[in-house]
Design a binder for this molecule. Structure first.
Ligand code: DOR
Length: 441
């Protein structure tokens, strides 16, 4: 199969130019100009005016299965991922039961093999039941296929437990992803603590709740010389600490979400307390959003992760205080980030590196590149198509998005996984029947 005349954007090769891509079976065979001449039409996809990019890698997705299948399943979550342009996702452990032992890890892997459209890499809990008290079955989960450790949704409160987690992580060669939140200062909080929160009459979560734990994690990583990855950074104060850590050579990496780059607490206020804007960590102030964008540009932030957190309608259609935290993010992430990045002067290639090779590097997997010999995981993207976000059209069961009704520019037209189309948009330029399903192998 050949993809003809598209603009190839590949951060691993640092290319952004018109080329063809030749795919043989499940691999990319060649990338270059003028490959298309000897191909029959039925094996060619004309990609004129379209972008061809590596399939995206998301290191922070909540798939909800097992246990919360009414919010999302591995099937619907991977459909949403494929439609959003992702071909590899790492799923968090806060399922029911928690993924803290090898039988849950095996269940997720088997279910993903049977029903998933794309690659699912399970993240194991660091501690049993995400309680932060006893270590989870780290070695056995590693043998069964976890790629990282995280209690996401909860911080690892006890520094001695964190020390043990980091020491086991070193032994089993696993990255540790920490949700940084001091629960004593965030207790009862539902929005960012500041003027706006006070005006809304809602209890706040101060930035120091995050940054104080970021500081502790940095010092632990420095002391033990073990890498630590900070999940969903939201405040300027955390960025300042991470910048310092990087100048000291401390092995710290971090991620930012599309919603923290695009929205602030003011948007929540303007939405009239729409619970779809309720997320943890909360949306912060413009000063924080600007600091996140600058840090992304500077390279202080290593990657962009969706924190896709689908919820059922009932969990959101309640008073603000009682609503669940989270945003369904897989299907809006790419165009949103390209738009926000463009406004901040960040090139598409730079953005793309934060959504492909960088998260792959942190997870220790070889993904996110279009180099010859790589698996043919790639997407075809129309950078000019403008569309309006309608959550009812999401493949995800989670319709909880603060971007409903927002006009976005850029849309995924096709997603290929191991050389096979697993997603074709309903408005695709080749007149093909739309799909969002696993192709028979
Ligand atoms: O908003 C969030 N939702 N933040 C988290 O850390 C967890 C997530 C969830 O699981 O819903």
């Amino acid at each position: 199969m050949i993809l003809n005349g598209g603009t190839v954007l590949d951060p691993s090769m640092k290319v952004h130019e018109v080329m063809d891509i030749l795919i043989t079976d499940d691999r990319i065979e060649k990338v270059g100009p003028g490959l298309s001449t000897q191909f029959p039409e039925e094996e060619a996809f004309d990609c004129t005016d379209l972008w061809i990019m590596p399939g995206l890698v998301d290191m922070h997705t909540h798939l909800r299965e097992p246990g919360y299948e009414y919010k999302e399943t591995i099937r619907t979550g991977t459909q949403a991922a494929a439609a959003g342009g992702f071909t590899t996702i790492a799923c968090m452990a806060n399922t029911l039961p928690v993924n803290d032992n090898p039988s849950v890890t095996r269940y997720i892997r088997e279910k993903a093999d049977e029903e998933g459209l794309i690659e699912v890499l399970p993240i194991g809990a660091a501690t049993k039941g995400l309680k932060g008290e006893q270590l989870a079955e780290i070695g056995l989960m590693r043998e069964t296929g976890i790629v990282a450790l995280s209690d996401d949704g909860f911080p690892i409160r006890d520094a001695e437990i964190l020390r043990l987690v980091l020491e086991y992580a070193r032994r089993f060669d696993l990255p540790v992803i920490d949700h940084c939140e001091d629960l004593s200062t965030s207790k009862g909080g539902v929005v960012h603590e500041g003027k706006m929160g006070t005006r809304m009459g809602l209890r706040g979560i101060p930035c120091v709740s995050e940054s104080s734990v970021v500081a502790r994690d940095i010092l632990m990583a420095q002391w033990l010389k073990v890498p630590i990855h900070i999940a969903h950074v939201s405040c300027k104060a955390s960025i300042d600490l991470i910048r310092w850590a990087k100048t000291q050579g401390i092995p710290v990496t971090c991620e930012v979400t599309p919603h923290h780059l695009a929205l602030t607490v003011d948007d929540l206020f303007l939405s009239k307390y729409d619970t779809n804007f309720k997320v943890n960590p909360p949306l912060r102030e413009e000063e924080d959003r600007k600091a996140l964008l600058n840090a992304l540009k500077e390279g202080i932030i290593d990657c962009i992760a969706t924190d896709h957190a689908p919820h059922d309608t009932q969990s959101k259609m309640v008073e603000f205080d009682y609503a669940s935290n989270g945003i369904s993010g897989l299907e809006t992430a790419l165009p949103l980030i390209l738009e926000v990045g463009n406004e901040a002067g960040i090139s598409p290639l730079n953005i793309l590196s934060k959504m492909t090779i960088e998260p792959a590097r942190i997870l220790g997997v070889e993904r996110g590149a279009l180099t010859p010999g790589s698996l043919a995981n790639l997407i075809i993207f129309d950078p000019d198509e403008t569309w309006v976000v309608n959550p009812q059209e999401f493949f995800s069961k989670g319709k909880n998005t603060p971007f409903a009704g927002r006009s976005l520019t850029g849309r995924v037209k096709a997603t290929f996984y191991h050389g096979k189309a697993v997603f074709l948009d309903k408005k695709n330029p080749w007149g093909l029947t739309p799909i969002c399903t696993r192709k028979p192998s």
